[in-house]
Design a protein around this ligand. Structure first.
Ligand code: ATP
Ligand code: MG
Length: 288
């Protein structure tokens, strides 16, 4: 049975997609985990990073991915998630699928239009549930069918308080919440999640939140001071103790390979590979 982890923060550009990719790679590489990445973002950053931009276009043409699944559902057809997932790693170590692997339910920018189709069909059927409730029901049922194929399902949520992000949160057992350390970013995150989980979705007792500081610049004295300042709160709020540093190695890893070419983990992450391993180890310790 798999565990579902949403990587979510309504704030944009804080490292959600990079964290999703690091966790997928790290869990598969160091724990031999079987991973499904559900790309819930129309920006499709993780899809492009793990598959390459050509594959993203090809899958869009072949109508494979989360969007086509939603559209099929809107048209009253069967949507089998199993037939929309594809093998996704760009790491040569993960190609034989013996010691861990990564599959992806890909996304592309057309997901926005397909979500609108889903919404129109929900209105036509005059369902009373709100849209994120309906969408999470549909996806939960599909994920249950394939749950034994995976150890973990990682959901890369889009920024903003929209339907796709809330759906990811509804499906999750755990939320990893990447946050930058700009002024107010951390307190905004905790306020926002409190609102979403307690006041809006009422999931606070069912899902565990793990804030993760990303893009931490240790050479920046203001950032060092802010980290020091919120340290006590970090432990109290169950945050990962080790922030992800801002490094060009991680920036390079996030830049998609373009042709979907396979690299070794060392080539992909360079000297940031230890960060990837440490992050996945810390997550496993928290959820097991
Ligand atoms: N630790 C880091 N070091 C260097 N660059 C980083 C780091 N984390 C993220 N970035 C860069 O910051 C940008 C935003 O990261 P990413 O796309 O992962 O954020 P996001 O939260 O998924 O954004 P969005 O809200 O748009 O989905 C990317 O260009 C990424 O490469
Ligand atoms: Mg993203």
């Amino acid at each position: 049975m798999s565990i579902t982890i949403a990587i979510a923060n309504p704030k944009g550009g804080v490292g959600k997609s990079l964290t999703t990719m690091m966790l997928a790679d790290g869990l598969a590489l160091s724990f031999g985990a079987r991973i499904l990445v559900l790309d819930a973002d129309p920006q499709a950053g993780v899809t492009k990073a793990l598959l390459g931009i050509d594959a993203e276009q090809e899958l869009r043409d072949r109508r494979i991915g989360l969007g086509p699944m939603l559209q099929a559902f809107a048209r009253g057809r069967n949507i089998r998630l199993a037939s929309h997932r594809v093998a996704a790693s760009d790491l040569s170590e993960l190609q034989d699928r013996q010691n861990g692997f990564i599959d992806i339910l890909p996304s592309n920018h057309e997901l926005l239009g397909e979500l609108a189709d889903f919404e129109r069909s929900a209105h036509r059927k005059r369902r009373r549930d709100r849209l994120d409730v309906q969408l999470s029901k549909v996806l939960r049922a599909e994920l249950q069918n394939i749950a034994t194929d995976y150890d973990a399902i990682l959901i890369d949520c889009p920024a903003g308080p929209g339907v796709l992000g809330l759906t990811g949160i509804r499906l999750a057992d755990h939320i990893v919440a990447p946050t930058s350390l700009e002024t107010n970013a951390y307190s905004t995150l905790t306020d926002f999640l409190k609102f979403i989980l307690e006041d809006d979705l009422g999931l606070a007792s069912q899902v565990k939140v793990h804030p993760l500081i990303t893009q931490y610049q240790s050479t920046n004295s203001i950032q060092r001071e802010m980290l020091h300042h919120i340290k006590e709160g970090l432990a109290h709020l169950n945050a990962f103790p080790r922030p992800i540093p801002y490094t060009s190695a991680l920036q390079n890893a996030a830049a998609h390979p373009g042709i979907g070419s396979l690299r070794s983990a060392r080539q992909k992450y360079g000297n940031a590979l230890s960060e990837v391993m440490a992050l996945s180890k810390a997550l496993v310790e928290r959820i097991s």
